[in-house]
Each structure stands twice: as C-alpha cells, then as structure tokens.
Ligand binder design. Sequence first.
Ligand code: JFZ
Length: 421
Amino acid sequence: RSSAQEMPDMWTTGANNKANPNLEWFKSAKFGLFIHWGLYSKLGGKWKDSSYYGSGEWIMNRAKAPAAEYAKVAQTFNPTGFNAEQWAEIAKNSGVKYLVITAKHHEGFSMYDSKVTDFDIVDATPYKKDPMKELAAACRKQNIQFGFYYSQFLDWHEPNGGGNKWDFKEAEKDYQQYYRSKSVPQLKELLTNYGKLGIVWFDMPGGLTVDQTKIMIDSLRKLQPNCLFSSRVGHDLGDYRDFGDSEVPPTPIAGAWESIYTHNDSWGYIQHDLNFKSPRDIIHLLSNVASKGGNLMLNVGPDGNGRWPEYSIKYLLETGKWLKKYGESIYGTTYGLIPAQPWGVTTSKPGKLYLHIWQQPDNNQLKIAGINANITSVRILGTTQPLAWKKIGSETIIQLPATLPDARNTVLIMEYKGQQQ
Ligand code: JFZ
C-alpha cells in the first residue's frame, strides 16, 4: 500500500543487524499494559506542602527534592496491598498481551531485589519482598509477555546518574562510571533473574556514543537473544519504534511500533487526578492505533499501597469485554486498507476488512469510499445475519440496523476477493 511509509530495516533489526525473530508476537499483540510504580506512587503528587499535577513520577525533579531526603520515602514504603495474581488477572481480562512495569524510574529506586545497590525495595523498605518476582511468574501463568521499563541514563539518586543538577555538579559527573556500575549491571540482573522477558523498555538515552550503545546492547542480547529492546535504547538501535507520549501517527506505518498513553493525566499515581479515559475512549484509541498498524500500550499508576485506581480496573475490564467480542478485528490485524472515515476506522487481515463504527451514520447508511475489491459478504462481527450493500459509483453503501449492538464501537466484517488497489 502506497500510503504506508515503509520503514527501513533499522526498526526490524537489532544492533547486531540480525532480524529479531521475536517481533511477530509483538506485531500481532496490539494491546499492552504499562505500569509506573515506584516511591513516587506513595507521594501521589504531594511533596511537603506542594501539590503537583501530571507526571507524578517526576515529582522529585519538580520539587528539587534533595536525594538524601527523598530516599527516606523508602522507609515507609510498604505496599501490602500488592497482589501479583490479581494484577495479572486484571491484565488478562483486560485483553492485553504484554505488560511492561518500571523496574527503576528516574528517581533511581529499584522496585526489585538488586544486589547492585541497597536503594531497592528489599533492602530499603519495610516490605522487604521482591514484587517483580511474583509479577513475572503471574504474567507467565496468564500467558502475558512480561517486560521491564528501565531508566538507563536518568537517575536522580546517583551522583553520576543523569539529570540531578540540584544535588550534584554536572561537571563532576562521570556517566560512563554510572553505566558501568549501575545501569548495565542492573539490566543484567533483570535479564537474568526474572525468566524470559518479552521487552526491555529503555527510556531517555544519554551519555553513550553509538559504538558504546552497540556494545551495551550486544552484551545484553547475549543474555536473552529474543527479548525486544524499545527504540529509546538510543541511536535508532531498538527493535521497534515508540512514538512520543500520546501520539498516533497520521498515516499507516509498516513495521513494529507502539503508541503509549496514560490512563488519566499522569504515568505515576496522582491522588487528585480523576481524569480517566472512558472505556469508549480506550476502545477508540485501540482501534485507531490498530488502523494505523501499531500497538497501544496503556498505562496504569498503582498507588503506594499497591492498589490500582478503581477507575483503571473498571474501565480496563470493560475494554476487555469489548475485546472478547470484537478481538478478531484487533489482534493479528494490520492497518486498514482505506483511510479513516467520518464514521470510524478500519483494520485488515488477508481478504477481510474490519469496519469500526464509532458513530451511527445518517439514515443508518454506512458510506465507504474507495473500495474496489470484489465484496463477497458483510455482517456484524459476532452475528451471522448478512447485511445488504450496494455500489453507487466508487461508493459502497451498507444498510445498518437502526440500533447497533455496541454504540461505542460496533465492528463489521467485510470479506472480499481479489485485490484492493
Ligand atoms: C519518559 C519519562 O520521562 C516519563 O516519566 C514516562 O516514564 C514516559 C513513559 O517516558 O518521558 C518521555 C520520554 C520520551 C518522550 C516523551 C516523554 N518522547 O520521545 O516524546
């Protein structure tokens, strides 16, 4: 299809220029869950007398909290409400095929049992357990690909880590030392101690040249050759492409890629943020991203006790119900054969076009421009009743029932023979 920008090989090959054989699961997965969870989750957008909105995981930076003082949050971090089985079960019932959780965010705190530092959940908190061990196992049990987010450059806790200029002098930083003594050894722990990982989701590269990045990637790939590395590993060396936050490309894009979105207005938990995307919003986002050929990874921010916001549970499970019925039009599809329509978007499989109806059209007549393949049948997904259609000029008109089974996003399946040009 000519409107798709063919991506050069750089997105489908690893640093060693061997095609990553594991991209197929990722390309057909379509829906992933992002989880931001750390000390910032306990703060919930509040530091001392100030409240912050948006990007709760950036609170240490925004408040310019001294590293030594911020580290004390760990002393009372005790997420007894954390339940790996429950998290994985909600994820499963939401219809996500992969889950990526923050092992260490920019605050520098390790949410897993790390031997590289004492600033981790086992050594520095009253909780004393490794939640990531349990979560990795629970996801595996539910057949969900498990992955870690890891902030490889920004680390506001460490004198040599990137970003903290309020405690440490930039001129005195030795980034190489930081990579050597913390980032790379921790990445090795994550790739060694948690079974097979689907993804390492890197973030915000810095401090390494192309060659140094290649060396780092090669040393990590040896541990798990099939694990995917996200594009923010730097220097275009990732296995798939990530778009900026809350960004869907305007036209279809070939190859493996992902759009990432927050559920409310923040990645990390913010107590006073109730601006959650509704099930309708999420379903439209999902079908929209799929219609361009990509995956949606939607974020949830559990609180410091280990509980998800009620709205996240409710709305994700509602999305999962929709997927139970209409998942055929999402999983394993590629971008739609025709551009976005006034009534919605399309996704495809060989010989099949899925029409996602976001809005009931006037007179219940669905007008589609530009279909020139030989249509053999049209019906509502999940029903057997054929729908009538006619061609008028270059337009195909489908007669819909007055009430569609799902006012948010009913999907039609159109089967055709021959080639759609
Ligand atoms: C980063 C983090 O700083 C943020 O806290 C969150 O974890 C998010 C998922 O990732 O923020 C970014 C990184 C890259 C872009 C935008 C936000 N980008 O490339 O547009």
